[in-house]
Write a protein that binds this ligand. Structure first.
Ligand code: FPP
Length: 233
């Protein structure tokens, strides 16, 4: 492959449908879905992708039945417990974006622990979007700029795209080159609204729990065939 995207973002959709089609509880789909994460992480390490952002839980997902929400939080905690040593061994840095203060305290503490423990790793950065909403992220950035303007430390002319980017949760992370969405839906679903401006989009009908390394490589192939002009000719 000629060009490897530096940053791949993924909307991991279809866990519920995967479970329903097998007469299993929705959580079984999420559990199987967490295995697909491992496949993608491996594919990133093998191909040299530097950043992988995963939409694991949106702000809107809090509206799901309490049992599904608590099951997802437990799954996240288990995932963090199980993967910590492996991430340390493999040189993976874990980061998280979103309103992390909304997460149950044990989950938040574990997340902080793994992010801290892996913060010097540089081989691959895995960024979990949790209690994440693109609009809220932009709202938080605008509020912080407005506060500085009120205090007088900046004026309207100082507000540039770079300044806005620096107030987002993704400060310092390059914009995604490729967005993968599973389960065939053609939507952005409030994910990385600012950062996806020039991102190539690959949609596959495969449901997330069925998505494996070969599917990730197929998405990279698709990306290789694109001509990115960033609005130029
Ligand atoms: C969307 O499928 C998926 C989610 C809302 C959660 C994604 C979570 C995981 C892949 C596993 C847990 C994450 C970690 C980091 C351990 P859906 O439930 O909306 O599927 P549907 O559209 O078919 O109902």
């Amino acid at each position: 492959m000629k060009t490897i995207p530096r940053h791949v973002a993924v909307i991991m959709d279809g866990n519920g449908r995967w479970a329903q089609s097998r007469n299993l509880p929705r959580l079984a789909g999420h559990e199987q879905g967490s295995k697909s994460i491992r496949q993608c992480v491996e594919a990133c390490m093998e191909t040299g992708v530097e950043f992988l952002t995963l939409y694991a839980f949106s702000s809107e997902n809090w509206k799901r039945p309490a049992l599904e929400v608590s099951g997802l939080m437990l799954l996240l905690e288990r995932f963090l417990n199980e993967k910590k040593e492996e991430m340390l061994r493999e040189g993976v840095r874990l980061r998280a974006i979103g309103r992390l203060e909304d997460l149950p305290p044990p989950c938040r503490r574990k997340l902080q622990e793994v992010c801290d423990a892996t913060k010097n790793n540089t081989r691959l950065q895995v960024i979990l979007a949790l209690s994440y909403s693109g609009r809220t992220e932009i709202l938080d950035a605008v509020k912080s700029i407005a506060r500085d303007a009120t205090e007088g430390s900046l004026c309207a002319e100082d507000v540039t795209p770079d300044l806005i980017a620096s107030r987002l949760y993704t400060d310092g992370i390059p914009d995604p080159d490729l967005l993968i969405r599973t389960s065939g839906e053609m939507r952005i679903s409030n994910f990385l609204l600012w950062q996806l401006s020039y991102t190539e989009i690959h949609v596959t009908k495969k449901l997330w729990p069925d998505f494996g390394k070969a599917d990730f490589l197929e998405a990279l192939e698709d990306f290789n065939g694109r001509s990115r002009r960033f609005g130029g000719v």
